[in-house]
Design a binder for this molecule. Structure first.
Ligand SMILES: Cc1cc2nc3c(=O)[nH]c(=O)nc-3n(C[C@H](O)[C@H](O)[C@H](O)COP(=O)(O)OP(=O)(O)OC[C@H]3O[C@@H](n4cnc5c(N)ncnc54)[C@H](O)[C@@H]3O)c2cc1C
Length: 466
């Protein structure tokens, strides 16, 4: 059911650029086609605007779906008729860059690229990077606890945040814009909002820790006989370079070769042959000979079989395109199933082998395209074949997830739960933890107006809602 005429009239009175279905029609809904299904949105520019919207919605019982850059991959920004989309991308002021304290205070709608460009002028970097950098917002990254390629080095979003400002479901503001690492003041409530996917409140302001900017980058693309060897290579580089090692990424052969083909890069990188391919990037290494010496030791130890050191910036960009153009596989094999899992590093090789065997036992024709962040064991799977398989999501996910919790891994690494993984959370989540999550949701949002139906299955949320 859509919002009533009186609801729409009251929202229009707020004078915050109300957009109706006809205004939204020409706009990009983002990763999920259902993001604009509510057919109505408002665009706040300040915390006071967000307070006015939430207070109005709370009074009328209208549920809210916050939107950042709409790059989320778990369906957390999907909306439906009767809901109001709150677009945060116009609230995009960088409030302050405190270079001496290595921190930035920003509005939630600032994009990652926008912030990176600005802090770069002060010799600093955000310390977290994703391929969606041009569109994803800091607020969305807080709400999904985003990870990315530098997480093994600088942590995920949770470790980057010093303070938060959040508009609560009753329209009050929790202002906890701390600028210090040490602040033991009881329960650290900001962590509830990190990764809450808009279900507890709207993030309006963020204090982020920054890192010293990196210099010229050196990038290696190497082939390894298997994931265990690639890990030994990673450990060798990590010991040698410490924090100068910026990224450690991995692609399995089927992903690599198909993506090379789609990019028409077969001649460029197709001579690198191994079960896995790895990308390592270093900050400002002046002694290239020392790096070449480590590469030759790794070749001798058979950790890698071949390696290529990017000879210029264009080659570096092209190597990254192979890793970051992840959706080319989906274009080649539409109707696949996507997964985002974390595996303890010492179990990575065995888990990928065993899960592939289980998936092929299910259907020998399934293509299993795997790549991800070697440094922290976060792998992205695309499972597809020449005909759609997404109607088989339940059996495919069961085969993939088998044994993952038992080895200490996660079925939801960095993209969040959204709507995609609610059932997996209900199935694999610890019952006591799920009960606490329901109780927290109920305590903070008793009307259930903040992004209802996301994160928790209706049943598990309702079970704990009085
Ligand atoms: C090409 C590509 C590569 C990606 N790579 C990575 C990666 O390496 N690592 C990674 O972690 N993710 C990755 N992602 C996923 C995505 O970019 C992240 O989840 C990102 O943090 C989402 O930010 P957003 O602003 O687009 O949020 P949206 O998609 O707009 O929203 C995501 C969720 O956050 C909520 N939300 C948004 N803004 C707010 C707010 N201000 N307050 C409260 N809730 C809010 C929404 O309701 C929704 O539940 C990738 C996506 C793409 C398309």
């Amino acid at each position: 059911m859509t919002l009533s005429a009186s609801d729409v009239a009251d929202l229009a009175k707020l004078d915050l650029r109300l957009m109706r279905a006809e205004d939204l029609k020409g706009r990009d809904p983002g990763f999920d086609p259902g993001n604009f299904d509510a057919g109505i949105a408002v665009c706040p520019k300040s915390t006071a605007d967000v307070v006015a919207i939430v207070a109005c919605c709370a009074a009328k019982g209208i549920s809210i779906v916050p939107h950042g850059g709409r790059t989320g991959l778990a369906g957390g920004a999907e909306s439906s008729p009767g809901q109001l989309v709150v677009m945060m991308d116009k609230m995009n002021v960088i409030r302050e860059i405190d270079a001496a304290s290595c921190l930035a205070v920003v509005d939630a709608g600032v994009t990652l690229s926008q912030l990176e460009e600005e802090v770069g002028k002060h010799g600093l970097t955000v310390g977290i990077d994703l391929a969606a950098r041009g569109s994803c917002t800091i607020g969305g990254m807080v709400a999904t606890n985003a990870g990315g390629s530098e997480a093994f080095r600088n942590g995920v979003m949770r470790q980057r945040i010093l303070g938060l400002e959040v508009v609560m479901p009753d329209g009050s503001v929790m202002s906890d814009l701390k600028r210090v690492i040490k602040a033991n003041e009881g329960y650290d409530i900001k962590h509830l909002f990190i990764g809450s996917e808009g279900t507890l409140g709207i993030v309006t302001g963020v204090v982020l820790k920054l890192e010293a900017a990196t210099g010229a980058r050196k990038t290696i693309l190497a082939a390894a006989p298997d994931a265990s060897s690639a890990l030994s290579f990673f450990q060798r580089l990590h010991h040698a370079y410490g924090t100068k090692l910026l990224t450690a990424e991995i692609m399995w052969r089927d992903y690599f070769q198909n993506t090379l083909k789609a990019l028409n890069f077969e001649r460029r990188f197709g001579n690198l042959v191994g079960e896995v391919l790895v990308i390592f990037e270093f900050d400002n290494i002046e002694d290239e000979d020392a790096l070449l010496e480590i590469l030759s030791q790794s070749l001798e130890a058979e950790e890698i079989s071949d390696a290529l050191l990017a000879k210029n910036e264009q080659e570096r960009i092209d190597i990254w395109a192979v890793r970051e153009e992840t959706f080319l596989i989906d274009k080649m094999f539409p109707g696949g199933c996507w997964f985002d899992i974390s595996i303890p590093l010492n179990k990575l090789d065995a888990f990928v082998r065993e899960s592939s065997a289980r998936l092929h036992a299910l259907d020998p024709k399934l293509g299993i395209y795997v790549m991800g962040h070697l440094g922290d064991g976060n792998l992205h799977y695309s499972i597809a074949k020449d005909t759609p398989v997404n109607h088989r999501y339940t059996e495919i996910s069961a085969a993939l997830y088998q044994g993952l919790s038992e080895i200490g891994g996660s079925f939801s690494a960095e993209h969040g739960i959204g709507v995609e993984k609610r059932e997996a959370l209900a199935k694999f989540g610890d019952p006591a933890k799920l009960a606490l999550m329901g109780a927290i949701k109920n305590a903070i949002d008793p009307q259930n107006i903040m992004n209802p139906g996301k994160l928790m299955c209706r049943q598990s949320a309702e079970r704990d809602l009085v």
